[in-house]
Ligand binder design. Structure first.
Ligand SMILES: [Cu+2]
Length: 497
């Protein structure tokens, strides 16, 4: 209870807008399609407006027979991870018995998880969802509210001063008797003194507020810096540095730590880099730079068309906290090496020239990728984005393979550059963090996830990505699937209402 009170107090005091999940750019909500024991769940976590703040949970069970779902937030590691508080029970929707909703307090920034327990006809199942928690910005007070509160505040100040004056002037007078000159003088002195006292209180309040706001400002998330450089032989170098977000002050306990030296591999690579040519978003590369020294990644670039590229680098810290670092680089004519075996590329016409309703993308080898597109797409709507790969004659390819351990990889990019999200069939969470949350190691051994089958011949030619567009507008989707030794990159455009 006191925790809740404290949280509420902190929230009102800071009036700060915060978001979760910087695993992506501008896409803080979490979407996950995974199994909790016997139950297939589509989980949406809407991130809180403040830290501490409330996360909204929405879980749709694709398996019937669930009686109840409970959820609890926990730190990803440390003592807090083993002493779970009592979980909250989610509310079943009266219209739809498969839909459960609820809300959870996220108390501090850092690497968190939400542990979900489903109970029903087939017994009990559990799943943990990594939830990186960070304040992203401080919210300004709306002008109207500020003006209203200022007027009301002035009214209070005037009232206090007037009351002090009236008290000194006429409190002891009989009704109808006029105050004397000394009484009027005393009243003016009382008003001056009370005004000074009220002004002093306001000044103290304002300095307290400013210092709290400044302290909160230090907690606002700043991603690691990434400086990109290219040498004359076509070697790209990426230098990571930490601007000092949440670095503990002397004598304070670290809430959260991250560094350039604590990265863990996510499906076999420390960094997944998308290079996307601007402004047409017409050329895309999915590359994997190697760590060569502390905070320095290098990659000998493949042959790439010249132009300005925006670089989106996905990394995961050992705490399970994922980040997407952004940088830009100009690439001139270069003699690149051939593409590496885990690397892939694709191209299409620039987005302004493309239809937002085309469902079939013809690949360079005449294979086709088909988007089983819903009739309308709305912002914040959880959707399973389904794609199918076909041979040139429209048949199911018989040599489907996993690409980087998964049946598919997707990147959702808003054409104005405000959104980038790298999504997998399991959802929007980082795979390494997801495994950490389940209590497994972050390497690929023992990976057991939906849509992931270790028998290569069982890889489906259809893949689904659970995701929701964060805002309305125009998006470009880059979808990668593999057959034989070929990684195919399909490109699709969408208008989101
Ligand atoms: Cu991926």
């Amino acid at each position: 209870m006191s925790k809740t009170l404290h949280a509420a107090r902190t929230m009102f005091a800071f009036a700060a807008l915060a978001m979760l999940a910087q695993a992506h750019v501008g896409s803080p909500d979490i979407y996950l399609d995974s199994k909790a024991g016997p139950y297939q769940l589509f989980i949406t976590i809407r991130t809180p407006q403040v830290i501490p703040g409330v996360a909204e949970l929405e879980i749709r069970s694709e398996t019937p027979g669930i009686r109840q779902i409970r959820a609890v937030p926990l730190p990803m590691s440390g003592p807090g991870a083993s002493f779970a508080p009592v979980p909250d029970q989610l509310t079943a929707s009266p219209q739809d018995p498969q839909l459960f909703t609820g809300s959870l307090w996220m108390m501090a920034p850092g690497s968190w998880q939400v542990r979900i327990t489903a109970e029903g006809a087939q017994g009990t199942g559990q799943i943990a969802i990594p939830v990186p928690s960070a304040a992203l910005t401080t919210k300004k007070m709306p002008f109207g509210l500020g003006a209203l509160l200022s007027v009301l505040g002035l009214f209070l100040v005037a009232g206090v001063v007037a009351m002090a004056g009236a008290n000194a002037r006429e409190a002891k007078l009989d009704p109808g008797v006029e105050p004397t000159a000394p009484q009027r003088r005393r009243a003016r002195v009382a008003m001056a003194v009370s005004f000074l006292i009220v002004a002093g209180i306001l000044w103290a309040g304002s300095s307290w507020w400013a210092s709290e706001a400044a302290a909160y400002g230090h907690k606002v998330y700043t991603p690691m810096n990434m400086q990109a450089g290219l040498d004359s032989s076509g070697v790209l170098s990426l230098n990571l540095s930490d601007p000092g977000w949440l670095r503990p002050r002397p004598g304070h306990i670290a809430l959260f730590t991250r560094s350039v030296d604590d990265l863990i591999p996510d499906h076999n690579h420390l960094m997944h880099l998308y290079a996307i040519r601007q402004p047409g978003l017409d050329v895309v590369y999915h590359l994997h730079p190697e760590l060569v020294s502390s905070g320095v990644f290098r990659l000998s670039l493949p042959v790439m068309p010249a132009g300005d590229y925006k670089l989106y680098a996905d990394i995961v810290h050992e705490s399970g906290f994922p980040e997407t670092l952004v940088s830009t680089i100009h690439i001139g004519p270069l003699n690149g090496r051939p593409l590496g075996s885990d690397d892939a590329s694709g191209s299409f016409r620039p987005w302004p020239e493309c239809s937002t309703t085309a469902n079939t993308f013809t690949l360079p080898d005449n294979y086709k990728m088909v988007w089983l597109r819903p009739a309308t797409l709305r912002a914040r709507q959880p959707v399973l984005f389904r794609f199918r790969l076909e041979t040139p004659s429209g048949a199911i390819p018989d040599d489907m393979a996993l690409y980087l351990g998964m049946p598919g990889h997707a990147a959702f990019l808003k054409t104005d550059g405000t959104v980038f999200a790298h999504i997998h069939p399991t959802g929007s969470v980082s795979m390494a963090a997801f495994l950490l949350a389940q209590g497994q190691s972050s390497d690929m051994a023992g990976m057991d996830m939906p849509g992931m089958d270790h028998h290569a011949n069982a890889v489906s030619s259809e893949v689904g990505f659970p995701y929701g567009f964060p805002t309305p507008g125009r998006y470009r989707l880059f979808i990668q699937m593999k057959h034989g030794q070929t990684v195919e990159t399909g490109i699709f455009d969408a208008d989101v209402r």
